[in-house]
Design a binder for this molecule. Structure first.
Ligand code: QVW
Ligand code: ZN
Length: 335
């Protein structure tokens, strides 16, 4: 039961177990001015009872989406397990064209799938089958009904926040349709994000940029740039000794909840096990102008460290030389 004695729509058995504890991300009514204090402080908050995606809440069942999403192929990822770790295929070493990059075997396959084929695979899925995850930009060709719903989102509200907090332009709205239990492992994005839950429940575990040293991101040149190297379910504590000290927060978002994920904040997101398929729409905005005021913000230090890695690779050319040079510069001198 929740605080008011209502039956909770999910229970703890639907959450994967991690050896970490999390504070709860606050949930505020969309008219609450404290929301702006959180956004101004680059802190996550769940915005509740808004009309941000109201038309989607009213109409976007899987049947409606199947009928109206459009006959073109939609971008889907196929995985042998429940994890869908993002990779940048432009950073994969391509033998044939001898491009720069690293030898890399993608953990998921990116395919274009018709919506009815996607829905069929979700409905007919059984244990042991590959999992799939539709992740489609809403700015490409979708059916007219979806466009109609989309234009009726509460753009005044989200654009009002964008303006008030001096964010950059909206770059995309992605539609996510996940199978129950699908997981997007811990990573950060270089964009502000309103993460709007349409159907089903997702557990969102977030860590501030200051936790960089506990979450061990891949090198910037790696296809898994911005992703944590730690497998949360089987952490290698010898290789990642600080992971056990990571301090995070979490929110279980359900229909109508909109989670503000601040730029550079780590997030690990999963559709609850045995909770059925989930649908989410996100709003990605470029970050605002970054003035160097001291003390620097943690996310600014992450941005600086990224530039150092990029510059070193640019001059050294060989990724294998970046680590040894950084170690020679730091070990015994700065540590
Ligand atoms: C492809 C990324 C999807 C999403 C996580 C999820 O809902 O599975 C996320 O990480 C984001 O919106 O930034
Ligand atoms: Zn993300």
């Amino acid at each position: 039961m929740d605080g008011e004695g209502n039956k909770k729509p999910w229970d703890a058995s639907q959450l994967r177990k991690y050896d970490l504890t999390f504070d709860e991300i606050p949930r505020l009514h969309y008219k609450d001015p404290k929301i702006d204090e959180y956004i101004r402080a680059n802190k996550p908050v769940v915005i509740i009872e808004s009309n941000i995606i109201k038309p989607a809440l009213q109409r976007w069942t899987l049947e409606y989406l199947e009928k109206n999403l459009g006959q073109t192929g939609h971008t889907c990822f196929v995985s042998k397990n429940h994890q869908f770790k993002y990779y940048d295929d432009k950073k994969i070493y391509d033998k044939t064209n001898n491009t720069k990059g690293v030898e890399f075997t993608p953990p998921t396959k990116k395919v274009e799938m018709r919506i009815e084929d996607f829905m069929k695979r979700v409905k007919e899925w059984k244990k042991g089958d590959d999992r799939i995850y539709l992740q489609q930009s809403l700015t490409t060709s979708v059916g007219n009904n979806i466009v109609e719903d989309f234009v009726k989102f509460d753009w005044d509200y989200v654009n009002g926040k964008q303006a008030k907090h001096n964010w950059g332009p909206l770059t995309s709205n992605l539609l996510f349709i996940a199978m129950e239990g699908n997981q997007t492992p811990c990573h950060y994005d270089e964009q502000e994000n309103f993460f709007a839950q349409v159907q089903g429940y997702k557990r969102c575990i977030l860590f501030p940029p200051s936790q960089f040293e506990c979450l061990y991101p891949y090198p910037v040149h790696h296809p898994h740039d911005r992703q944590s190297m730690v497998d949360f379910e089987h952490p290698d504590n010898a290789k990642f000794p600080k992971f056990k000290d990571a301090k995070g927060c979490e929110a279980i978002v359900g229909p109508g909840d909109v989670l503000y994920i601040p730029i550079y904040w780590w997030h690990h997101i999963e559709s609850l096990m045995r909770g059925g398929p989930t649908t989410t729409v996100n709003f990605w905005y470029k970050g605002g102008p970054s003035t160097l005021e001291y003390p620097l913000k943690d996310h600014q230090k992450v941005a600086i460290s990224r530039n150092v890695e990029k510059m070193l690779l640019e001059v050294l050319q060989d990724p294998k030389e970046v680590g040894p040079l950084l170690s020679a510069m730091v070990l015994g001198r700065y540590t």
